[in-house]
Design a protein around this ligand. Structure first.
Ligand code: DQA
Length: 140
């Protein structure tokens, strides 16, 4: 089973960026643990600050992988182009957020991409990604 994790803008700074909101741990350490937890699952990782590169990765994996776990960062709240990319593919996409976006600023309450996704998981810190993997395994 092949899964693709995609992290969007500013998520390269996890561990450094606003640690009170996003935690103090690096995502690469978390990813290592995730791969150990699911030895039978191929978990590929891609991060980009560029909207078009995220869309290219969705196209590239969106017909071959069993699932995409997408934290689109702030593009969640702005990107019709990412919504369209998710609509265009056949692989199920789960929208994830580290923080509980609904408990934060109002502009984070609305997702432009959620309507194209299979589901949304938010607010469980890095564990949001593992919960998305569990959902994809169950629905596979
Ligand atoms: C985020 C929430 C977004 O509102 C924000 O722009 C991010 C991170 C999260 O994982 O909590 O960059 O997607």
């Amino acid at each position: 089973m092949k899964l693709q994790i995609i992290n969007g803008p500013n998520l390269n700074l996890l561990g450094v960026r606003e640690p009170d909101v996003y935690g103090k741990n690096s995502f690469t350490d978390y990813l290592d643990n995730l791969r150990k937890t699911y030895p039978d699952v191929q978990i590929d990782y891609f991060q980009s600050n560029i909207e078009g590169e995220i869309i290219d990765k969705i196209h590239e994996t969106g017909f071959a992988y069993a699932g995409i776990i997408l934290n689109a960062g702030a593009y969640t709240h702005t990107s019709i182009a990412i919504y369209d990319a998710i609509k265009a593919i056949t692989t199920p996409v789960i929208e994830v957020h580290i923080s509980n976006v609904h408990a934060r600023e109002e502009f984070r309450h609305h997702s432009l991409i959620a309507g194209a996704c299979k589901g949304v998981i938010a607010g469980f810190e890095f564990d949001s990604y593992r919960l998305a993997i569990e959902a994809l395994i169950k629905n596979n």
